[in-house]
Design a binder for this molecule. Structure first.
Ligand SMILES: Cc1cc2nc3c(=O)[nH]c(=O)nc-3n(C[C@H](O)[C@H](O)[C@H](O)COP(=O)(O)OP(=O)(O)OC[C@H]3O[C@@H](n4cnc5c(N)ncnc54)[C@H](O)[C@@H]3O)c2cc1C
Length: 391
């Protein structure tokens, strides 16, 4: 597509990965982010091999190796005794099968790596403090309209403006949400303040009645991240910035294994957030002639398969490849959408089902027989290789 300029709305994981992938294919990109700085909350992020393959192909392998953890396995444990009832290794065989490792990251570390790479790209122009409200499009191009009334023109626009996407609402109207009944509390503890070796370098999950608790080390093991999923009515706000009180969490996890309780009590000050988990059905389409959606804007999903950011990363690769190999944006957007819509819809649905499963077993108080939700074979997710499919 040569020097055609693409405007990307949103400088999150999806928007920055898309900007980097497009620039590397010779496309000039302008990224507009509403926040005054590029920042992420103190929370962890799992990136499975299907996403890591893309990040490696974008040249980020060395930077990732500096900060990412490589969990040895995924393990589910009894909520009170901590005794494992399921474990599956992420070993060399796993890496070879999928062509990349499974990584645990601090969200801010991934965003910083992407921001550095994007900043080093002469083809990317980043503007902060610009909130897009709509895009006007005609046969000649697109014009992004910002909240302050200013405009920016581009040949086409990628809306990577997240779960509450304004540009998706312009395309589809408000979309219906369904509350899972679960609230995710996310926190970080300093590993040095915890008993030595408390949390194994694994994707650890404790499963109990009406709750489960996930913990893993991030940032070279310096921090330990947790996500506590709690059945809770009356709170339905999705927000990256709503702070939670970890003493509420301590009460919710009374009687749970000492590792869980120690993590909650050592939560870094101001580093506990709450997010109500809402599901949304797949959209029927993502693109007009000049605008397409990417990441959570296109396929918001509940996080039970840890695939939201990974799907945004896959989207970014496919979109860049489609734009680079097609003379006009409308054709590229339709190639991209055809390659992505069905896959992401299946994952949206599977993630919702996993969430139902996670809390459907052992709701009673017979903790000794608690088995947890169980996991199905992830090879259809992890084995998908967009880098090979769109060289
Ligand atoms: C509890 C929880 C745990 C999760 N764990 C994982 C995991 O382990 N692995 C995984 O892959 N995914 C996980 N996810 C999902 C993942 O966080 C999201 O899928 C991912 O952040 C989506 O990236 P995005 O770039 O599409 O959107 P966002 O990260 O939301 O970025 C959107 C950006 O657009 C900007 N923006 C918004 N509106 C405008 C506007 N009008 N104009 C300009 N800029 C705008 C925002 O400020 C933001 O910077 C989890 C989600 C939750 C809630």
């Amino acid at each position: 597509m040569g020097t055609t300029e693409i405007a990307v709305i949103g400088g999150g994981i999806g928007g920055l990965t898309a900007a980097l992938a497009m620039a590397q294919r010779g496309i000039n990109v302008a990224v507009y982010e509403q926040a005054r700085g590029l920042a992420e909350i103190g929370a962890g992020l799992h990136v499975s091999p299907n996403g890591v393959k893309v990040l490696h192909a974008l040249g980020l392998e060395e930077d990732l190796a500096q900060v990412a953890g490589r969990p040895r396995s995924i393990v589910t444990r009894h909520f009170a005794t901590g005794v494992p009832n399921f474990e599956s290794a992420f070993d060399d065989v796993f890496d070879a099968r999928y062509g990349a490792p499974f990584l645990s990251l601090h969200r801010a570390d991934l965003l910083a790596i992407l921001a550095k790479a994007v900043t080093n790209e002469a083809r990317v122009q980043l503007t902060l403090g610009s909130r897009a409200v709509r895009v006007d499009e005609d046969r000649a191009g697109a014009s992004v309209v910002f909240e302050d009334g200013s405009r920016a023109s581009a040949a086409a626009v990628v809306a990577a403006d997240g779960v509450h996407s304004r540009l998706r609402a312009n395309m589809h109207g408000g979309i219906t949400t369904k509350f899972t009944g679960h609230v995710a509390y996310r926190g970080m503890a300093s590993t040095a303040e915890l008993p030595v070796g408390l949390v194994e370098p694994k994707f650890n999950i404790w499963v109990g009645p009406g709750r489960h608790f996930v913990a893993y080390p991030v940032r070279r093991g310096e921090l330990t991240n947790y996500v506590a999923l709690v059945e809770e009515e009356g709170w339905t706000e999705e927000s990256w910035t709503t702070k939670a009180d970890n003493s509420v969490l301590a009460a919710a996890f009374e009687g749970w294994h000492e590792t869980v309780r120690a993590l909650v009590s050592h939560t870094l000050r101001g580093q506990c957030y709450k997010w109500a988990l809402l599901g949304r059905d797949p959209l029927p389409f993502w693109s007009t002639e000049r605008v397409t959606l990417l990441g959570d804007a296109a396929h918001p999903m509940v996080p039970y398969l840890a695939q939201g950011a990974v799907m945004a990363i896959e989207d970014a690769w496919v979109l860049a490849a489609s734009l680079a190999s097609t003379p006009d944006a409308a054709t590229a957007f339709s190639t991209y959408e055809r390659a992505r819509l069905e896959r992401t819809a299946s994952i949206q649905t599977a993630a919702w089902e996993q969430g139902q499963l996670n809390h459907s077993v052992g709701r009673g108080d017979d903790g000794d027989h608690f088995q947890g939700g169980g996991f199905s074979d992830p090879s259809w997710i992890y084995g998908h290789d967009v880098v090979a499919a769109f060289p």
